[in-house]
Design a protein around this ligand. Structure first.
Ligand code: NI
Ligand code: MN
Length: 228
């Protein structure tokens, strides 16, 4: 079975799986690379937030209020969005899983930091592992390479993984390749690259690192849609 993925730039994707539209980390209107994306046209049944940083949440309030999507994040993220008028939230925390109508979701740790742009503490950063009827996938959020990814590789069967690849704030291509091995996944969709000067990467060099080790690195263009 296939899942459909649309990229809206930076770390923002819409995944269609289990019959639902799942949006991750909406940061579109402040992103010059996504200037051609009309955020009013983005549909979502769910919005999953990995952590509170602005480059993962900037458009979440607007889209949540317009679509009435269920917004999922850790306890602190859930509270912040409640306070800002989003009632339809689902709080989780690291290591916990929940059966949603589209599949089972586990919140996975991420090694990073997390606060809202107004200074509010955002709790611990996270990623998500999702098992759906169409595909199992891991959305890592912003994270360093860490040893615990081996544990995920041991119990999860990941068809596709979204890994940060821009370096400086997160893993770069070399560490993302090691992460792909830890989680036993050969199809990686890169995220968190090119948006700012600190995270510009050489696409061909990064893809080659992966293909040299019989793995595929997919680097999408904002607005592009793929089926995997
Ligand atoms: Ni971040
Ligand atoms: Mn970030």
């Amino acid at each position: 079975m296939k899942m459909q993925i649309t990229y809206f730039g930076h770390s923002c994707f819409q995944v269609v799986a289990g019959g639902k539209k799942i949006l991750f980390d909406p940061f579109i209107s402040p992103n010059p690379l996504a200037a051609h994306i009309d955020i009013q046209s983005i549909e979502a049944d769910y919005i999953f937030i990995s952590h509170a940083h602005d480059d993962h949440t900037a458009d979440a309030l607007t889209i949540a209020k317009r679509t009435n999507a269920v917004l999922v994040g850790n306890w602190e993220v859930h509270r912040w969005f409640n306070h800002h008028g989003v009632a339809n939230t689902h709080p989780m925390n690291i290591g916990g899983s929940w059966q949603f109508d589209f599949g089972r979701v586990k919140m996975i740790e991420a090694v990073h930091s997390s606060s809202f742009s107004d200074g509010t503490y955002g709790g611990n950063p996270s990623g998500y592992y999702m098992e759906t009827a169409d595909c199992n996938f891991y959305y890592a959020g912003d994270t360093a390479l860490y040893n615990g990814m081996k544990l995920l590789g041991r119990y999860a069967k990941i068809d596709t993984a979204f890994l940060p690849i821009g370096d400086n704030f997160t893993m770069g291509p070399d560490d993302a390749l090691i992460a792909a091995k830890y989680i036993k996944c050969d199809k990686i969709i890169g995220m968190h690259f090119d948006t700012f000067g600190f995270i510009k990467i050489d696409h061909e060099a990064a893809k080659k690192k992966f293909s040299n080790e019989d793995r595929k690195l997919i680097l999408m263009k904002p607005g592009e849609m793929v089926e995997v």
